[in-house]
Every structure is written in structure tokens, then in C-alpha cells.
Design a protein around this ligand. Structure first.
Ligand code: BGC
Length: 271
């Protein structure tokens, strides 16, 4: 009889920002199912965060909801202090919190530009810096992982696909891509791995209008060669792999999980 392998993230401690809904909730549940203890960060709606915590507990995992606006330095500091007080350290950070405030450029307010950059880009900087400081303080824990720490940045296909009417969002994700690569370059000698996941169209509240009616979904599918809209679990699976030692030689990479959306589907005939 062969003995079962332990879950791939057994004993590790993860923090997922914006984990009370959509992709963040699915990533938190997937990491927990792979054996990690997970902080479910949220900035509003404690109820939804608690519901994710309860779903993880019901499946036999362990999770803790912590409120913090990732664009606020003091709140990020307090969140990391609370996590480290509870569980001793952090092994995996998933920078997922993000939002859209769409408008044609000529109508876009400075406030909406700033809000999207603050949460989507500055939030990733603040959380990464806090995690990296703790990775360096703790040092290598060879029983847990071959890396000193792992950071996964949630980007988007719009880190390479321009998106009319969404200049703030596309600029934030382009920024995430270079932040990720620069952190990966800077931190590889310290055995900290930094990668990104670039989701395409995934069924979540952020893009509900694009898939909730059959007519909208049919339009959306024209942009997806694989001809299905993604599910949050598609991103959860990718996050578990990038957080685990199975990807130990991967750093500075962006994994496009997009059903082929970045393959220029408009060129499938002619050109
Ligand atoms: C956006 C979604 C959009 C998808 C594909 C994501 O980054 O948040 O609203 O459906 O990209 O365009």
C-alpha cells in the first residue's frame, strides 16, 4: 500500500488580498485545500469574508479574515502584524485586490484614475514590501518550501491588451507587470520568487455585464478562442502551482490563464 503525499502547501501561511469575492475567494479556497492556512483580506463586507472563512473551515481548512485597505500603508502594516502574531510568519502572498472604475479617457476623473492606481498598483507594492521584509527576517524554512517566500501578483490580459474606456485599469496592470518583474529580478538572489497570473475573462462580479445574458456571453466568446468564459477555480489551480515547489524554478513569469484571449483572435482568418 502506498502512503498518500501530504498536501503541497502543508504548513504554509498565505495571505490573499481581496479574498472576499471573485478570483480572490477562489484562490483562498484553493490554497487552503492544498494545505495552507489562509488570511482572507477584505476592505469592505466583513460578511462575505466570514463566509469564505467558513467555507474553508467546512472543508477542513483554517482561515482568518483581516480587514485592511491595501492602498493604506498603516492598514497594511497592521494586517501583517496581526497575521504574524497569529501564525508566526508568512510564506505566500497573493496580491489580488483590484477594482475597475471605467470611463472614456476624456471623461475620466482624477479621483477615479487615482483610486484604481492606488488599489491595483500601490496596494501590490505595499503588501509585497511588507511580505518581503518578513521573508528576509524569517529566512529559509527548508521543511516548508525550497523558496524563502513566494509572491503572486494578479495582473490581467490587459497588461498587454490595450483597453479603450479602461485607461486607468490597463495602466495599473501594465504597472503590475513591471513591478512583478523588477521585484523578481531584485529578490531572486534571496530565494524569493515573484510571478504573475494574468486572467482573461473570468466569471466574477467585476465583469458581470459581459457574461450575464446569453447575448453578452456570445459577444464575449468571440474574444476567447477556447470558447468558454473562465471560472474563478481556473485561477485557483494556477495559484496553487505558482505557490508550490512544483514551480520552484519559475520566477519573473506571467502565466496567462485566458482561454487564448491574448492570441489575437481577430486574426484567426485572413490578415
Ligand atoms: C477585467 C475583466 C475583463 C477581462 C477580459 C479583466 O482583467 O477585470 O473585466 O472581462 O479582463 O477583458
Amino acid at each position: 500500500m502506498s502512503s498518500a503525499n501530504p498536501p503541497v502547501l502543508q504548513g504554509q501561511r498565505a495571505l490573499v488580498t481581496g479574498a472576499n469575492s471573485g478570483i480572490g475567494a477562489a484562490v483562498a479556497k484553493a490554497l487552503a485545500a492544498a494545505g495552507a492556512r489562509v488570511v482572507v483580506n477584505y476592505s469592505s463586507s466583513a460578511e462575505r469574508a466570514q463566509s469564505v472563512v467558513q467555507q474553508i473551515a467546512a472543508a477542513g481548512g483554517e482561515a482568518l479574515a483581516i480587514r485592511a485597505n491595501v492602498s493604506r500603508e498603516d492598514e497594511v502594516k497592521a494586517m501583517f502584524a496581526q497575521m504574524i502574531a497569529a501564525w508566526g510568519s508568512i510564506d505566500i502572498l497573493v496580491n489580488n485586490a483590484g477594482l475597475q472604475k471605467d470611463a472614456p479617457l476624456v471623461e475620466m476623473t482624477l479621483a477615479d484614475w487615482q483610486l484604481v492606481l492606488d488599489v491595483n498598483l500601490t496596494g501590490q507594492f505595499l503588501c509585497s514590501r511588507a511580505a518581503i521584509r518578513e521573508f528576509i527576517r524569517r529566512g529559509m524554512a527548508p521543511d516548508l518550501s525550497r523558496a524563502v517566500g513566494k509572491i503572486i501578483c494578479m495582473s490581467s490580459v490587459h497588461d498587454v491588451i490595450p483597453w479603450a474606456g479602461h485607461a486607468n485599469y490597463a495602466a495599473s496592470k501594465g504597472g503590475v507587470s513591471m513591478l512583478m518583474k523588477t521585484m523578481a529580478q531584485e529578490l531572486a538572489p534571496r530565494h524569493i520568487r515573484v510571478n504573475a497570473i494574468a486572467p482573461g475573462a473570468i466569471k466574477t462580479p467585476i465583469n458581470k455585464a459581459a457574461w450575464e445574458t446569453p447575448a453578452a456571453e456570445a459577444e464575449l466568446l468571440k474574444l476567447i478562442p477556447y470558447r468558454r468564459v473562465g471560472e474563478p477555480e481556473d485561477i485557483g489551480h494556477a495559484a496553487v502551482w505558482l505557490a508550490s515547489d512544483a514551480s520552484d524554478y519559475v520566477t519573473g513569469s506571467t502565466l496567462y490563464v485566458d482561454g487564448g484571449m491574448t492570441l489575437y483572435p481577430g486574426f484567426d482568418q485572413g490578415g
